[in-house]
Design a protein around this ligand. Sequence first.
Ligand SMILES: *[C@@H]1O[C@H](CO)[C@@H](O)[C@H](O)[C@H]1NC(C)=O
Ligand SMILES: *[C@@H]1O[C@H](CO)[C@@H](O)[C@H](O)[C@H]1NC(C)=O
Ligand SMILES: *[C@@H]1O[C@H](CO)[C@@H](O)[C@H](O)[C@H]1NC(C)=O
Ligand SMILES: *[C@@H]1O[C@H](CO)[C@@H](O)[C@H](O)[C@H]1NC(C)=O
Length: 461
Amino acid sequence: MASSSPSFLFSLLSLFSLFSSISSLPTITVPLSQFNNNPSPDPWEKVAHLVSASLLRAQHIKSPPDTHPTKTPLFARSYGGYSIPLSFGTPAQTIPFVMDTGSDLVWFPCTHRYLCKNCPFSSLNLTTDPIFIPKASSSAKVLGCKNPKCGWIHDPDVQSRCRDCDPNLSNCTQICPPYAIIYGSGSTAGILLSDILDFPETKVPDFIVGCSLFSSRQPSGIAGFGRGSPSLPSQLGLKRFSYCLVSHRFDDTTESSTLVLHGGSDSDGGKTKGLTYTPFAKNPTTGRHAFSVYYYVGLRKITVGGKRVRIPYDYLTLGADGNGGTIIDSGSTFTFMERRVFDLVAGEFENQVSHYRRATDMETMTGLRPCFNVSAEKTISLPELVFHFKGGAEMALPLANYYSFFGKAGVVCMTIVSDDVVPDTGVSGGPSIILGNYQQQNFYVEYDLENDRLGFSQQIC
Ligand SMILES: *[C@@H]1O[C@H](CO)[C@@H](O)[C@H](O)[C@H]1NC(C)=O
Ligand SMILES: *[C@@H]1O[C@H](CO)[C@@H](O)[C@H](O)[C@H]1NC(C)=O
Ligand SMILES: *[C@@H]1O[C@H](CO)[C@@H](O)[C@H](O)[C@H]1NC(C)=O
Ligand SMILES: *[C@@H]1O[C@H](CO)[C@@H](O)[C@H](O)[C@H]1NC(C)=O
């Protein structure tokens, strides 16, 4: 870590290194009392849901269907994501959104008759939660088919997407055709609007936003922060944006951190003090849905307790065919690893952790693995997990970012997921590793779009 880390963090790190020097392999030891990151009374039901949501998300990601910094509070939510409020329209209506770096459209529910199917873990309550009402905004306009921004979602060729217009397109009254977007878990559909995006410091006119009429499995609207043209950073022309994710311990509380949107360029193109950087890689495949919205990073190796996990090179590398490699995604809860990679990482933990008994019942209940029975312990020690990136940046995870403690059962489980299918065909189907938000808790993360790099540092948010 950089030496400019805040002093409280520094003392915490010294504590870790003290423990590290005791045993032969680097381990992290923390009192269990500081480690209870599952506030709900029946955590495994929730966790089992988050595991399946993370997996569905991974499956989707891996096979998608064909000026002044602006600050916005960011809240941890029990649906497994982070929420930001954004205001649209005249007068402004403020709506909560999931902050999602793995997709690119910004959309909100926009009718009192909005249908949200299968939203059991939804925070959306139509009687209490705000819905955007286009009729109440004097600046809201339905996007026309001829508008080039309609081509962000539909065929960029205006003749083929606006079939109802006369061939000359001189008198086209057709609206931009409805959108339907599929996420890892769930979907949404509606029509595109143009309206003012209203920040306290600035108003952004003609912002394209989806007005959704139907969704499934969506906790709220989504603010896409990915690389595509409709995303919030693209429409605002941001040079960089950054966030610090508060611990999921603060799910659904008023505790928040800050999402910062930088419109202005750095005068010196310099690095933010205290951050270490790794370059972004762009997926070589083309087309709107061909993984082009994701933020790829060059993960070079993974160490467990200081020992390198021998991950085959083609999983770590983003191949010319667009498969393999690692993305960072704020919309995934738990980190996903392709089966082959996961087995190697989990296996290394299983090898190194001989001082606790496996809790296989909990593994079945939660879908997480490995789980260890620590009911007799006052503190726990587990091997350190470090992601090593291109350019030398290292992400040494705090224990609570990759193990979850279930207090009632006295069990800790690794919070990394994989699917059940063992691929015998090698690397296929998109990114091999998806770094989810659970692994980014208490990290300051900067997406430096201008210099095409990711910066981060461990920090109490
Ligand atoms: C929605 O909020 C209302 C008013 O607070 C409450 O009565 C109702 O039970 C809530 N519905 C759900 C599904 O939480
Ligand atoms: C409209 O299209 C017709 C044939 O498709 C063409 O003859 C006519 O000149 C066009 N008018 C304009 C204004 O481009
Ligand atoms: C445009 O179309 C509308 C109805 O489709 C028609 O009433 C109007 O005259 C047309 N205007 C021109 C300039 O062609
Ligand atoms: C953990 O171990 C204790 C005995 O040390 C046992 O009583 C308890 O049932 C175990 N818990 C689980 C979840 O396996």
